[in-house]
Write a protein that binds this ligand. Structure first.
Ligand SMILES: *Cc1c(COP(=O)(O)O)cnc(C)c1O
Length: 243
């Protein structure tokens, strides 16, 4: 029987993690890429600290949350000798910029110069440097956040002068399709956008990360060049409530 915090649940998480890691490595090799080029960010939203601790015991160090408030207590509880890297993958409200800078190492959801400027100011005040990714809206869904691809270069240029933050790449959250293969064009497009930014500003940007792919479609994302995959339910199990 599975209990969320019991022995069976623990074994399940460890097995799931091993399985996801193996699938990432297989997808990378099949695409002629190094498995090490793909970072696994374990998405822990809605899951308790006990579940995260099991993943840490299995060697996982990169974790992602999608809400600043929910993340705060978990990050503080898990603070310890292990070097964990915390990623914010959900929308950031500008009034939470300071807290986000305090808590996170990588923020995947920057989508405007204004938000980047707020974060930059907070990071300067805290004396911290945070890695950021620009979230790109490729699906044009009302409920989703992200920058319009047509605005990307202007946003990148606007962020370039900001201190305390470092722009490292792009992120996208495509629409959900039953058939994962239908997501591929969104991943291809994100890679092409990164390549085109690099060619517009040769040698200046150093964008190296593509954050794309979730439980449902990460192998396709890896084939298309993902360097960070954000995986929750394949590791921790189904979430009991929408988030
Ligand atoms: C929840 C979430 C994920 C992980 O989704 P799974 O389907 O559970 O793997 C990835 N990215 C973002 C932005 C999320 O909110």
């Amino acid at each position: 029987m599975d209990t969320p915090n019991g022995q069976c649940g623990d074994v399940r998480i460890a097995e799931n993690l091993a399985n996801v890691r193996a699938r990432i490595a297989d997808a990378a090799r099949a695409a002629g890429r190094e498995p090490e080029a793909v970072r696994l960010v374990a998405i822990t939203k809605t899951f308790p600290v006990a579940a995260i601790s099991v993943a840490i015991s299995s060697g996982q160090t990169r974790f992602g949350e999608n809400r600043v408030q929910e993340a705060e207590s978990k990050i503080r509880e898990l603070a310890g000798p292990q070097q964990l890297e915390w990623h914010l993958v959900g929308h950031l409200q500008s009034n939470k910029a300071r807290k986000a800078c305090e808590l996170f190492d990588v923020i995947h959801s920057i989508d405007s110069v204004r938000l980047a400027a707020r974060l930059s100011q907070a990071c300067l005040e805290l004396g911290k440097c945070v890695s950021i990714l620009l979230q790109v809206d490729l699906g044009h869904e009302e409920s989703k956040f992200g920058a319009d691809p047509a605005q990307l270069l202007a946003i990148v240029d606007g962020i370039a002068g900001l201190r305390g933050i470092h722009l490292d790449g792009l992120m996208t959250l495509p629409p959900f399709f039953e058939e994962p293969e239908r997501v591929r064009p969104y991943f291809t497009r994100l890679r092409e956008l990164l390549e085109s930014l690099e060619s517009e500003r040769p040698g200046c940007l150093g964008l190296r990360h593509l954050s794309m792919g979730m439980s449902h479609d990460f192998e396709i994302a890896v084939q298309e060049g993902a360097t960070m995959v954000r995986i929750g339910s394949s590791i921790f199990g189904a979430r009991t409530h929408a988030h």
